[in-house]
Design a binder for this molecule. Structure first.
Ligand code: SF4
Length: 257
C-alpha cells in the first residue's frame, strides 16, 4: 500500500533521519508527481498515483504552516525539522523558491531551532532559482542512488533526460553545501537485476562523493512497503562496511537501517 499525504502540512512524524519532522507537501493531495519513478518509492508508481488535483497554493501553504508552528511551539512536538517531501518531487512546484523563503521566515519567527530540510531527487538543480533556494535551506538533501547511469536508470527510472556527468558537475557547484542521500538495495524489476552494493557500483559512487564533497552522506534502506515487491533490504552490517569506505575519504556519513 502506498503512502500519500492529503494535506500540504502533515505530521509531525518521527523521522529516522530528521527527528520530529513537520512535513510540507507542495504536490497534489490525491496523487504523485515526480521526475523519477523509483522502484522503492513509498508513494507508489507514478502512473498508479496520477493526481487529478492541483499543486498546493502558496498562500494556503504559508497559512497552514503558520498555524501548525503556532500550535506546536513550546510543546514536546515542536519540530526539529520542517521537511519538504510529500507526494513526489517538491522542487517541481513553480513557486518552490518563494515558499522556501516564507518557510525560513516563519521558522525564524515561531520555531527558530527547527532546520528547514528539503528531500529532493535533484533533477531540478539545473534551474537557477531552485539551485539558489536549495542553498538557503539548512539541510539540502539530494539523491544519488548509484555509481553508474545504468544503475540509477534501473533504480530511479527517470522520466526526464538524466545525464549523470552533468548532474555530478552541477552538484559540485554547491561547494559542499549539500547532503547526499543514497538508498541501498538489491532486487529485480522487469526482469532486470539491480544491485547498487556491488564493488563496481560502490567504487564509482565513492568517486562521485569525492568529486562532490558533500557535508555528509545519509545511507538508508527500505523501511516500508515498496511498489516493486522483489526487493531485498540490505543488512545493517553490510551498510556499515560501505559507510567505513565513505568515512575513510574524510566524508561524514550516517546509516539508517
Ligand atoms: S524521487 Fe522520491 S518521490 Fe520521486 S519516485 Fe523517487 S522516492 Fe518517489
Amino acid at each position: 500500500m502506498s503512502i500519500l499525504f492529503h494535506d500540504s502540512i502533515f505530521g509531525p512524524l518521527k523521522s529516522r533521519r530528521l527527528g520530529i519532522s513537520l512535513g510540507v507537501n507542495l504536490l497534489p493531495a490525491n496523487g504523485k508527481i515526480c521526475t523519477f519513478n523509483c522502484i522503492y518509492c513509498e508513494c507508489g508508481w507514478n502512473k498508479k498515483g496520477k493526481p487529478t488535483g492541483t499543486l498546493a497554493d502558496k498562500e494556503a501553504v504559508e497559512h497552514a504552516l503558520e498555524e501548525r508552528l503556532t500550535t506546536l511551539r513550546g510543546t514536546e512536538l515542536e519540530p526539529d525539522s520542517i521537511t519538504f517531501s510529500g507526494n513526489g518531487e517538491p522542487t517541481l512546484h513553480p513557486q518552490f523558491p518563494a515558499i522556501i523563503d516564507s518557510t525560513i521566515r516563519l521558522r525564524n519567527q515561531y520555531c527558530p531551532k527547527a532546520k528547514v530540510s528539503v528531500l529532493t531527487n535533484g533533477t531540478r538543480v539545473f534551474a537557477p532559482s531552485v539551485f539558489a533556494a536549495l542553498q538557503r535551506v539548512d539541510n539540502n538533501i539530494i539523491k544519488l542512488d548509484g555509481g553508474t547511469l545504468h544503475c540509477i536508470d534501473a533504480l530511479d527510472q527517470p522520466n526526464i533526460q538524466f545525464n549523470l556527468k552533468a548532474y555530478i558537475d552541477q552538484l559540485k557547484r554547491f561547494n559542499g553545501n549539500l547532503i547526499i542521500q543514497t538508498l541501498f538495495l538489491r532486487g529485480r524489476h522487469n526482469g532486470v537485476t539491480i544491485d547498487n552494493t556491488t564493488d563496481e557500483e560502490v567504487a564509482l559512487w565513492l568517486e562521485h562523493l569525492v568529486a562532490i564533497q558533500p557535508k555528509r552522506v545519509m545511507m538508508y534502506v527500505i523501511e516500508r512497503e515498496t511498489p516493486e515487491q522483489d526487493l531485498e533490504k540490505i543488512d545493517k552490517k553490510e551498510l556499515e562496511l560501505i559507510a567505513e569506505k565513505v568515512r575513510s575519504l574524510g566524508i561524514e556519513t550516517d546509516i539508517y537501517a
